[in-house]
Structures are given as C-alpha cells and as structure tokens.
Ligand binder design. Sequence first.
Ligand SMILES: [Zn+2]
Length: 187
Amino acid sequence: MNERQVLCPVCGSNEVRVVPMARRVRAQDGTELEFTVSITKCGRCGEEFYTREQSLASSRASAATLREREGLLSPDRIRAIRDFYGLTQAEFEKALRLGPKTVVRWESGTVRQGATANSLLLAIEGNPVAFAKVAEANGLEPATLGVSGYTIVSKVVSGSTSVAREPIQFRNFRKVKPVPPKKAAMG
Ligand SMILES: [Zn+2]
C-alpha cells in the first residue's frame, strides 16, 4: 500500500493503528443490523477517527447491509440499467429527475436508493418504452438522450454484461416515426 502517513487529528501523533469497530444501522422494517468497519485509533491519546478511505468504506458497508436487508438493487445492477440506455450518470439523473450525484452515489455504493426509486429502476430496466416515457415527462428531448426518434438506444445482449449498440424501435410510443414494413417476406 502506498498510503500517506496518518496522524491523529487531536494530538498529532503518528502512533496510530487500524482497529475494527462494530456499527449498527436500522433497516426500514425496524430491524437493527450490525456490521464491522475499520477505524483508526491513536495509541497516544486514544482518539478514534476515520480516515477518508475508512469513512467511504463505512458508508459503503452501511448501505450494503441495508440494501441486502431491504432487497434493493445492487450498485452493479443500477449501472447495468443505465448502461442499457447508453447514458452518462448525469444524463440518467436528469432523465429520472434525481438530484445531482445521486446515481454517482448509488453506483459507487455509498448511498442506497429508497424503495420508490428502486421500484422506478425496476420498471425501466430493459424497458425502453417505460424509460422514454419517464425521461420525456422529465423534460428530456429524445435528442438530448442520444435518441433519435427513440431509435438509438443501446440494448444489452442477453446473458452478457457487455452492451451492444443495437437500435431499439419504440414502435408503441407516440413520437416514433413508423418503420416502413419490409417488402419481401421470407419464404
Ligand atoms: Zn492522539
């Protein structure tokens, strides 16, 4: 590890060590859950504190513990839902009318989404028609979404995490330009 030296914020000593600490959080159903994080303890004055990395790790552990208990989508799955539409985190936040950095925090795991947001994510997962409807209601033009006539949305190849940029036609959506039927049928 190439970590810079950690000094006690109270007495300035470098006699610090990493120690485990139990933390508790309360899930929405009232259940109290315990998990363990790492903190730093000063050997001289006894002060206990988080380094920035420990603080982030603690946030992630807390969110992960609650996420598992509440059955919420994982950060990776949220990222996959966004990747499906080929959007940046900022674009995805606008499309769902979320605050700045909300998706950033969900995907990095430091904050968990609420139950309502989780339901919304489930509803738009792999469902371009539902997604386009929500995005348009939130003021995004198809062009802003990288969608032209709601056709250029990326599509996940089944069974793979890779994203293929195949166009999806929004045939049932009102702004869709009708696709001319193919003349020659097979056979
Ligand atoms: Zn100290």
